[in-house]
Design a protein around this ligand. Structure first.
Ligand code: SF4
Ligand code: SF4
Length: 203
């Protein structure tokens, strides 16, 4: 009898809690039909960005992102062509070892690589996590971005005057500075002839 009463009490308590939440807005969604909008600065998959007008990759093959990557997830091959410019042949990102740190995006000065707010790339085959530049570009096509302001070139220092190997400061140091308050040995010895010659030269 006691256990029946306890059961009824717990049932009423449970129904009360359920009743409280019946009128509330649901906080869960039916994924994958429904998806949360990702925050603008969320770190999802790494993608390559393209020029919106020409469709060309923004990447200049400088390789700074590859050097900045702490897990060696980025591999770039860009040999120099006949015009001495780098030609981007391979740009791979291995998502199996990427730790989503965002250092590659920070290192890039050309707004060419970005942590996109995309996260649906799970697969049963690990090899499919290795993305080449075509896939990276394709996934990044609709990713909005603002181009980083270009850095101003650092002005070159003015060339030194010819024959001045020591620089103007050194020249100033080595040149004797006349001090009118100190008597010269000539003046001390009363060598009027030398002084007179100097005055004549000035005149
Ligand atoms: S993505 Fe950016 S940092 Fe990486 S190689 Fe291209 S231009 Fe350089
Ligand atoms: S997010 Fe980090 S680990 Fe992933 S590719 Fe960029 S630098 Fe490498």
């Amino acid at each position: 009898m006691l256990s029946i009463l306890k059961g009824i009490k717990e049932l009423i308590l449970g129904m009360t809690i359920t009743g409280k939440h019946l009128g509330r807005h649901a906080i869960t969604i039916q994924y994958p039909e429904e998806k949360w909008p990702m925050p603008e600065r969320s770190r999802g998959i790494v993608v390559l960005l393209s020029d919106k007008e020409t469709g060309k990759l923004n990447c200049t093959s400088c390789m700074l992102c590859m050097r900045a990557c702490p897990t060696a997830a980025i591999f770039i091959d860009a040999p120099r062509g006949e015009d001495k410019k780098r030609q981007l042949k391979v740009f791979n990102v291995d998502n199996a070892i990427c730790c989503f740190c965002g250092l590659c995006e920070e290192a890039c000065n050309f707004t060419a690589i970005k942590m996109a707010p995309k996260y649906e790339f799970s697969t049963e085959n690990k090899e499919e996590l290795l993305w080449d530049m075509h896939r990276l570009q394709e996934v990044g096509r609709d990713v909005p971005y603002e181009a980083k302001p270009k850095k101003k070139p650092v002005p070159k220092p003015a060339p030194k005057p010819e024959g001045d190997s020591t620089g103007s400061r050194d020249t100033a140091k080595s040149a004797p500075v006349p001090n009118p308050t100190v008597d010269t040995p000539a003046a001390e010895s009363g060598d009027q002839e030398d002084n007179q010659t100097g005055k004549e030269g000035e005149a």
